[in-house]
Design a protein. Sequence first.
Length: 94
Amino acid sequence: MTEATWGDDAKTPEIDWRMSAALENVPRGDADLAEVTSLEGAVRAWTLLDPEHRNAAVLTPEHALQIDGTSLTTFAGDGIAALVDLLPSANDEG
């Protein structure tokens, strides 16, 4: 008999940082246009925004992500900040 174990990896499986994602409600020249890029690129771009635009930004990945056991299709504010904490470092292979 095999016993199943549940750990943090089951709650937050590996994230495909190369999937497409849209970062919306952020300034692009004279308009607020969505930027479609990789999930990693969108999250890193969010970190460069001023606080007002960080609060207004909405991130929509290509498909749902499971974070801490919850499946999410859009992220804003603290949700995007949680993704920042999960970003791969520049030294990680990927």
